[in-house]
Design a protein around this ligand. Structure first.
Ligand SMILES: Cc1cc2nc3c(=O)[nH]c(=O)nc-3n(C[C@H](O)[C@H](O)[C@H](O)COP(=O)(O)OP(=O)(O)OC[C@H]3O[C@@H](n4cnc5c(N)ncnc54)[C@H](O)[C@@H]3O)c2cc1C
Length: 503
């Protein structure tokens, strides 16, 4: 625990944030850590609550009160060990996790939560600066080889864990660089890409082989990979985007959000001189500069579109969100503490500009000469997109030059590896797997490909659990007693998928 009674006298001090008008001019992190003395005070606010609900809030079961206490006592070395005991990549979650742990913090019942995420980032960056995080290879190799398909957070976590257990791991990635949606969805303002490169370099040093531009099920045969490896793990994410399905949805200038985010992330990579980022053939079309942008969908994907559009110098940006505005904390009667709130009141993107119109549904898109000019919508009432009912007389139209559709993802791509292997799917079209083993022997799955679109922290947790299952199947070794939230699935029982997110 932190300081006895610390929470009574010390108040929450959040990440320092750059002014929106300043940060809109670049692609650097919009936030920064408070000094170590402030972080230690924040650790002191952790109040020995007896039942730390933060553990339950965190899909990784992070040992939060322990490292809060160690930071308070300036024991950064032990704090880093404890942090890495449950999380392979705290530098990712410390930057972009929505911090479900903080929503479940006991102090948050009637005060502001402990700044858990900031302390997490403080610990791992302190450790990097002190040279405590190094990429050592395992002392012994088992002779077993594993192909991991996909280098998002799930694939990276599986690879890291299996490599630590002595197996030889090759990661096959379709894109030109590692990170999955962390690299090509999340903008640099939230996660500068050197953070991913730094970790990948350590993993490479530790003996993991990364093959980029390797499309499994396309240019590389999945059967061939199965023949050449003792196990194959599909960590290919949930990449099929939902379509808007209204008249005019196929006009020129209407794009799936991920097309835009891929293009923007690659453009920033090129601007910064990072090698390998191809120019997009559609670059002129996928550009927000000087354009009136409408974003359909109010989740994180839509927010990231908004923030990019602002940085490109759009003429205006309006987000149409089918959900109703919720007061204050975004909680509803069915989502009290320690559950997660339903909606976020504001985000970094909205702080920088743009406008969100709650409770609106797009009814059609119109245009001239095949190109979009207007989006038509109506106000709705109801608690979810499924039961939203139009309010007569509230129809409106907005001028538009670029429309970005950010209404979520339905399931992983089936074309390619999934169909080639004839894998069983669940009712939502995700790869069916109880404790990560699919319907085909020797083929496993983890992350969004198994659960549907979720969070980086959940993908890392999935990757860790999957690695334990693969290791146990390959070696017959008992799975080590799991820490925290890692317990489900360790004995082979069905692991429930986390609730769907609205990304
Ligand atoms: C725009 C956006 C913003 C987000 N922001 C956040 C956030 O701020 N915080 C948060 O916690 N979560 C966020 N998420 C969700 C989070 O990024 C995902 O849940 C997480 O990345 C899933 O990890 P994954 O490894 O399962 O899949 P992915 O990250 O999707 O990675 C899958 C990888 O597999 C590769 N692949 C796919 N098919 C093949 C193939 N056939 N051959 C080879 N490689 C293949 C892909 O190229 C990709 O690299 C966001 C999602 C989006 C879309």
């Amino acid at each position: 625990m932190g300081e006895i009674g610390g929470f009574l006298k010390l108040h929450r001090v959040d990440f320092a944030k750059r002014k929106p008008e300043e940060r809109r001019l670049d692609h650097k992190h919009y936030y920064s850590l408070q000094p170590e003395s402030v972080l230690r005070d924040q650790g002191a606010r952790c109040m020995d609550c007896g039942v730390p609900f933060c553990h339950v809030g965190c899909p990784l079961g992070n040992l939060i009160p322990d490292w809060n206490n160690q930071v308070y006592r300036a024991d950064w070395l032990e704090a880093n060990d404890q942090l890495h005991a449950t999380n392979n990549f705290p530098e990712f979650t410390g930057r972009v996790c929505p911090a479900p742990c903080e929503k479940a913090c006991v102090l948050a019942i009637n005060d502001e939560a402990v700044t858990i995420q900031q302390i997490e980032l403080g610990i791992v960056e302190h450790a990097f600066n002190a040279g405590l995080i190094r990429g050592g290879a395992p002392a012994r190799r088992t002779g077993k080889t594993i192909a991991v398909i996909g280098s998002g957070p799930a694939g990276m976590a599986v690879a890291d864990e299996l490599n630590k257990r002595g197996h030889s791991v090759t990661v096959f990635e379709r894109d030109e660089a590692a990170g999955g949606l962390m690299r090509f969805g999340v903008p640099d303002a939230k996660l500068e890409k050197w953070v991913i490169d730094r970790r990948v370099a350590l993993m490479h040093e530790a003996g993991i082989d990364f093959r980029f531009d390797a499309d499994v099920g396309g240019t590389i045969s999945i059967d061939d990979l199965r023949d050449r490896h003792d196990a194959v793990v599909l960590a290919t994410g949930s990449r099929v985007q939902r379509e808007v399905n209204v008249p005019g949805g196929d006009l020129q200038g209407v794009f799936p959000a991920m097309d835009y985010l891929y293009a923007r992330n690659r453009a920033v990579a090129r601007e910064e001189g990072r090698e390998g980022a191809p120019a997009d053939a559609n670059a002129d079309e996928l550009c927000a500069a000087g354009r009136r942008v409408i974003v359909i969908g109010g989740g994180d994907t839509g927010m990231d579109c908004l923030s990019n559009a602002g940085r490109e110098g759009c003429a205006s940006a309006i987000m149409l969100d089918v959900y109703q505005e919720l007061p204050g904390s975004g909680r509803t009667p069915d989502s009290p503490w320690p559950l997660q709130p339903r909606r976020t009141a504001s985000t970094y993107a909205l702080d920088e500009g743009g406008q969100r119109r709650w409770g609106t549904r797009v009814t059609s898109i119109s245009g001239e000469n095949g190109r979009v000019t207007e989006v038509h919508a109506v106000e709705v009432e109801g608690t979810s997109s499924a039961d939203a009912k139009p309010i007569p007389g509230t129809e409106f139209s907005l001028p538009a030059d670029l429309v970005l559709v950010a209404i979520g993802f339905s399931h992983p791509e089936h074309e390619g590896a999934v169909n080639d292997l004839g894998l069983e799917l669940d009712a939502r079209g995700n790869i069916k797997a109880g404790a990560h083993a699919t319907s085909v022997e020797g083929v496993y799955t983890a992350g969004d490909a198994r659960t549907g679109q979720s969070l980086i922290v959940s993908a890392i947790a999935e990757g860790r659990r999957c690695a334990r299952v693969v290791d146990a199947h390959l070696t017959g070794r008992p799975q080590p007693l799991a820490l925290g939230a890692e317990v489900p699935g360790a004995t082979g029982e069905e692991i429930p998928a986390p609730p769907r997110s609205t990304r």
